[in-house]
Design a protein around this ligand. Structure first.
Ligand code: MG
Ligand code: ZN
Length: 222
């Protein structure tokens, strides 16, 4: 059960919410995963802040695998269709969800009803650019990836332990900017390992295509 902790000066109060919304979401997520598995679909949830490079990473992945696999992309966005249009240019099927600050399992359930999963090999979900609630709302994908950009500064990982803790792969992107941003890549990786020792870390410079092959291997698309 999740708790809400309110800290006021030296008093600390814990409130227990009556209904666990995450549990309701999780049940539907389990159904989604079941649907994907029944159809031999590999599904990936890609999370990260706005501007971290999620769409660029997707473009590079899709470009490399679209001739070998039937790929479908689901994009979550608050207001625009910019990202799904970028991916649609590769000639793959895309679904746009204009959601609030995160996607959730019921939205994915509704969307995949429109997809011919039997003819699909891979579903790539680009979550809404947000580091907070997407972490808690599992969608029912095989894997969850968090994209961190060095442009978010040296404390991005330490300040977002929940999303890092929920990720199977942490991608550290825009590594070519690390020196300029005065971000120590070794320290950033150490921070990730401290929070989540089981997660894989992949360093990328997505615009230049660096690290994409390694990421494709980690995602199991070889
Ligand atoms: Mg994007
Ligand atoms: Zn949210």
């Amino acid at each position: 059960m999740d708790e809400i902790k309110i800290i006021k000066k030296d008093k600390s109060i814990t409130i227990q919410p009556k209904i666990n919304i995450y549990e309701v979401n999780r049940k539907i997520a389990d159904e989604n995963l079941q649907k994907f598995k029944e159809n031999n679909v590999i599904s990936i949830d890609i999370m990260g802040a706005i501007g971290a490079g999620k769409t660029t990473i997707l473009e590079k992945i899709v470009e490399k695998i679209k001739d070998r696999y039937n790929v479908v992309m689901i994009g979550g966005d608050i207001a625009t269709t910019i990202d799904t249009e970028r991916i649609n240019r590769f000639g793959i099927e895309v679904y746009q969800i204009n959601a609030g600050c995160h996607l959730d399992a019921p939205l994915i359930k509704k969307t995949i009803k429109n997809i011919n999963l039997a003819d699909t090999d891979i579903v790539l979900v680009e979550n809404v650019g947000n580091l907070i609630c997407p972490a808690e709302y599992v969608l029912g994908t095989d894997m969850r990836v968090c994209v961190v950009s060095v442009t978010e500064g040296p404390y991005m990982v330490m300040k977002h332990p929940i999303i890092i803790g929920h990720s199977d792969i942490v991608v550290i992107n825009k590594i070519e900017m690390a020196e300029l941003m005065e971000v120590d890549l070794e320290k950033l990786q150490e921070d990730v390992r401290k929070i989540n020792p089981r997660t894989k870390i992949v360093l990328t410079s997505a615009r230049k295509g660096k690290g994409i092959d390694e990421l494709i291997t980690e995602l199991g698309f070889d």
